[in-house]
Ligand binder design. Structure first.
Ligand SMILES: *Cc1c(COP(=O)(O)O)cnc(C)c1O
Length: 331
């Protein structure tokens, strides 16, 4: 199977904003956008995206998971980047149209169709370093993905970084390209120097998130994770897992977690940690690396509660458990 996100459907849905209104959605070849080299996005990073999944159920139907949340975040990211306003109903229709067109290509679980709406400033205006693009483009690209855990469910190693930050704090809740570019150097350094998989950013000594996933500490019946604020990305998976955990009778504590408390709790037997995001749902964290030393989380392996929460969410996504909260949309 190709690497996650490197295989694409041959067509996508696209619409352009001309400064006045959005064009009718077109279905075009996936490699067919044409941009002026002076386009605002290429210089001033006026771009945001979303990531959601469509799942094939046993009866052959195809369902999108919590699309309303992703649409709302897409509109919010666009607004915070001063991009033209997206018409949520129109973007929703683009998603339904293109997923419907490729419904027969949606992989069986544990695979899925990853859906990538993207919005960026197109105005050819390199003088606009401090002004928004008046024109833009949005498209919805599809990428069939296989089992995220095909290589085995390996517990991740996270470097705890209480020095740097992932992105500028006021940009944290925007799903925007520049934030990932900004986190790349610390992540690459952590890989080469500490054989870490990811960096857990903890600016000022308080746990935030990694480069592309939210962080959850699971201590017995309690889940501790940072409360929502503008400094980090509000994951749909985070919200889904916390909802499921509450329903299972767990205590959910959305609050600040200092690095000191994290390390102290993590070292206790039975403690677990996980990263949440659409790609993996929940990926277990086995080791925290802090000031050059490895600290095992619990027994350092794949946590039981992590696996249970993940499979409870997967069951809803895959149609093996009832969707009591209206999280699925049929196409
Ligand atoms: C996308 C993303 C997440 C996870 O969000 P989901 O909606 O759960 O996929 C977390 N952190 C960052 C920085 C992200 O880009």
């Amino acid at each position: 199977m190709a690497a996650f996100g490197s295989l694409f459907m041959p067509e996508m849905a696209i619409s352009w904003f001309d400064g006045d209104s959005w064009s009718e959605t077109e279905i075009v070849a996936s490699d067919s956008i044409q941009l002026h080299p002076g386009a605002h996005v290429l210089h001033y990073a006026s771009t945001c995206f979303e990531g959601l999944k469509a799942f094939r159920h046993q009866d052959g139907s195809v369902k999108l998971f919590r699309m309303d949340r992703n649409l709302a975040r897409f509109a919010q990211s666009s607004a915070l980047l001063a991009l033209p306003e997206v018409n949520v109903a129109a973007t929703e229709k683009m998603i339904l149209d293109i997923v419907g067109r490729f419904a027969s290509e949606v992989p069986e679980p544990p695979g899925s169709m990853y859906v990538r709406p993207t919005h960026f400033g197109t105005e050819a205006a390199i003088g606009k370093a401090a002004a928004p693009s008046t024109t833009s483009c949005q498209y919805v690209l599809l990428s069939p993905v296989g089992d995220y855990f095909a290589g085995g469910d390996k517990a991740l190693r996270l470097l705890v970084d209480d020095n740097g930050m992932r992105c500028a704090p006021h940009n944290g809740m925007i799903k925007s390209g520049g934030n990932y570019a900004s986190a790349l150097q610390p992540i690459m350094k952590a890989r080469t120097e500490f054989n870490a998989d990811q960096v857990l950013f903890a600016p000022d000594g308080f746990v935030q998130e990694t480069g592309a996933a939210n962080f959850l500490l699971i201590d017995g019946d309690e889940i501790i994770t940072k409360a929502l604020d503008e400094s980090f990305l509000h994951g749909v998976t985070r919200d889904s897992i916390l909802t499921i955990a509450r329903d299972l009778g767990m205590t959910v504590s959305e609050r600040e977690l200092s690095v000191d408390e994290l390390l102290e709790r993590a070292a206790k037997p039975g403690c677990e940690a996980a990263l949440s995001g659409t790609a993996a749902v929940l990926a277990p964290v086995g080791t925290l690396i802090y000031q050059g030393k490895d600290v095992k989380v619990g027994n350092g392996g794949v946590g039981e509660t992590t696996v249970k929460l993940r499979s409870t969410l997967n069951d809803i996504q895959w149609g093996k458990a009832e969707d009591t909260r209206g999280w699925l949309t049929s196409i």
